[in-house]
Design a protein around this ligand. Sequence first.
Ligand SMILES: Cc1cc2nc3c(=O)[nH]c(=O)nc-3n(C[C@H](O)[C@H](O)[C@H](O)COP(=O)(O)OP(=O)(O)OC[C@H]3O[C@@H](n4cnc5c(N)ncnc54)[C@H](O)[C@@H]3O)c2cc1C
Length: 377
Amino acid sequence: MNTPVTIIGAGLGGLTLARVLHVHGVPSTVYEAEPSPTARTQGGMLDIHHDNGRPALQAAGLIEEFRGLILEGRQATRVLAPDGTVLLDEPDDGTGGRPEVQRGALRQMLLDSLPAGTVRWGRKAGAVRALGGGRHQVTFADGTTATADLLVGADGAWSRVRPLLSDAAPEYVGISFIETYLLDGDTRHPASAKAVGGGALLALVPGKGIQAHRESGGTLHTYAALSKPQDWFTGIDLTEPAAATARIAREFDGWAPELTALLTDGDTAPVLRPLNALPKGHRWDRTPGVTLLGDAAHLSPPNGEGANLAMFDGAELGKAIAAHPDDTEAALTEYEQALFPRSTEAATEAARDFDLCFGDNTPHSLIALLTGNAQPH
Ligand SMILES: Cc1cc2nc3c(=O)[nH]c(=O)nc-3n(C[C@H](O)[C@H](O)[C@H](O)COP(=O)(O)OP(=O)(O)OC[C@H]3O[C@@H](n4cnc5c(N)ncnc54)[C@H](O)[C@@H]3O)c2cc1C
């Protein structure tokens, strides 16, 4: 049986939408490409912001559950020079207001809050076509189909729903991250663990850097950033982890060994994450029966906002649908009228933050950003 709302993608945005709809008594079905909730480690810590992530969790009725996931002390931030000199050391004094949680735990919390069977795993959307009258048919990679009365693309950067609404496609922003993990850092990698400190470490120079975060269980999660064309990375064989990380680490020759060890001592194979963005101000004309949220709508360079924004979009859309039970178009119009200016502003801020982190004036501009002294955008 069809539910009133069909959501493509069980990321944080799609699941927040499903949960807020559920809170309002509106059933939905979420189709997710991955075969199971544990198919991929969800990676990374997220800090939840008071102006978007938190109100989304409030709308989802999950604030208490969320509080149980917060990892204390993780808001500490250190900025290091390449030689390991400490340039900024901000402890987590409990007043930061940006509580940190594991992304995987947050996603699981949302999954646990939905009625059984809401998420259909292993259903990768391929073609999506309009049937007229605001209805759409989604064909999945396994050959099955679903018909949607209201279709929401929550399927991330490479959304298969987005082409129904716009021709925009993500473009490479010129920087890629290489992701590594050191497990049990305090015991097995004490020098690197000390450099990272209790929360986040940032060691950035123009066009490159090493960023790491202390996760639960003393795991040190690192993104090395390099400003290189995408072709440059294709020459590195990531299936040979030792050679690949040694090659990446050569770009950081002369940096303190406790920093480069975050790359070369990795306990898991490195993962390449090219960074892409949709054009700033991406929007579309109102099209009956379909909309987008999260990265599908406004993919931007990472500045710690994307997951928060996706959850906020999901909550706002859920509330709008619930407020107009018999008028889908009124709900989508209301949602998009707020979405477009909000996303444009967020994308502008993301581009600015990215430049402050990796542009010519870093690390001074980074420190200004972290201490609240950056020029307003
Ligand atoms: C390196 C990096 C670090 C980041 N760090 C942070 C951070 O610290 N804080 C923060 O707030 N944001 C961060 N972000 C941004 C954040 O990850 C995204 O903005 C956020 O995940 C977007 O959520 P979403 O639900 O829109 O999409 P996604 O999280 O991408 O979820 C989309 C879901 O759709 C599924 N899917 C995709 N295609 C299909 C298909 N065809 N059919 C069915 N299902 C499909 C995917 O498997 C996935 O489950 C970071 C991003 C990057 C790249």
